[in-house]
Design a protein around this ligand. Structure first.
Ligand code: ADP
Ligand code: MN
Length: 319
């Protein structure tokens, strides 16, 4: 669910997820994770929420929430920053982290089923599963979605191909012969735009891994959500401003003296960020003081770093 302008999302949440957001914001040990979770605005209860598609005070239900034991209208909702709303054409990838996909409270039957799923997918071996992704096709002017079944069906050896499908390189006449066959005609960024995004994304994910290696918690079913701009000119401007040495990266400039009557969108010269990466989905995340970090999640993040390194090599060769 989202609000009118799409800047925040509302997600029905169990107490564990609410608790985790609150812990990250209040527990000094989890401070390094703060830049890497969506901004958390609090919780609210949607009283009398009837069916989807119904608009309640500017809140539009887009899809029913997850099917948990407690029905959604009995749960509180968490209000989160919408990570894709600042992008013109967002490419979105959800990577499920970890090797263990059931939590303590799972029944014997569920545990066995989830262990089987982990074994039969890339989860157990690599600590990641590509849950799903969506890549903008500029020729069709529509996103192309790789469904859940794709990420569930592939083997570890095919992960680089999956990552290449999410980070395609745009065709250009001079590169036509070198472009990997798996990039569709209307998708992708030119290598000089894609490479700095991959490099900076890698740095962020390395920081996330560092933060999680010092956090004593267990994450079941949490994801890394990666969003980047598919609109080539916007991505190029974003890279120039936010990621390059000569870019005017001055975060304070323009933030002050906001009198309220100035239209941010029209007046400000700041281009949108070219990508964003955060951890999401903490329905089954809990703190385990004294028990060390979640090794399966750390394995997954190492896998992601290795996959990005591989992709960067390919993109560099096309520069
Ligand atoms: P669940 O898997 O329990 O349905 P998630 O929290 O994983 O719930 O959210 C499902 C999907 O919604 C994610 O894969 C992502 O595409 C999108 N999503 C979740 N949180 C955000 C957010 N803060 N901003 C943008 N998109 C989000
Ligand atoms: Mn999820």
């Amino acid at each position: 669910m989202t609000n009118d302008d799409g800047s925040v999302i509302f997600k029905p949440a169990l107490p564990a997820e609410v608790n985790f957001y609150q812990s990250v914001l209040s527990n000094p040990e989890l401070e390094p994770l703060r830049p890497y979770i969506p901004r958390f605005y609090g919780t609210l209860r949607l009283e009398g929420q009837a069916d989807q598609e119904q608009s309640i005070d500017g809140i539009i239900a887009l899809k029913p929430g997850s099917a948990e034991a407690i029905s959604d209208d009995e749960k509180d909702s968490i209000v989160l920053e919408n990570l894709s709303c600042t992008f013109s054409k967002p490419n979105v990838l959800d990577i499920k982290l970890g090797t263990i996909l059931y939590d303590e409270s799972a029944s014997e039957e569920k545990r066995a089923r989830m262990e089987k799923t982990a074994r039969e997918t890339t989860s157990l071996e690599t600590g990641v599963r590509l849950t799903g992704f969506s890549v903008y096709d500029l020729a069709k002017n529509a996103p192309v979605v790789a469904p859940k079944s794709y990420g569930k069906s592939i083997k570890a050896a095919q992960l680089p191909e999956g990552v290449a499908r999410f980070f395609p390189v745009a065709h250009s006449t001079s590169q036509l012969l070198q472009v990997p066959s798996n990039s569709a005609a209307g998708t992708g960024l030119p290598p000089d735009v894609l490479l700095p995004i991959l490099e900076s994304l890698r740095d962020d994910i390395s920081e996330i891994r560092e933060a999680l290696s010092n956090a004593q918690l267990r994450m079941v079913g949490a994801s890394l959500l990666v969003v980047y701009e598919a609109d080539v000119e916007r991505a190029r401007e974003g890279v120039k401003f936010w990621l390059s040495e000569d870019g005017e990266v001055d975060e304070d400039e323009g933030d002050e003296g906001d009198e309220g009557d100035e239209d941010e969108g029209e007046g400000s010269k700041k281009p949108g960020i070219p990508y964003n990466v955060k951890l999401i989905d903490f329905a089954h995340t809990r703190l385990v003081p004294g028990q060390g970090p979640d090794e399966g999640v750390l394995l997954g993040l190492s896998t992601v770093l290795r996959l990005l390194d591989g992709r960067m090599e390919v993109v560099k060769a096309l520069l």
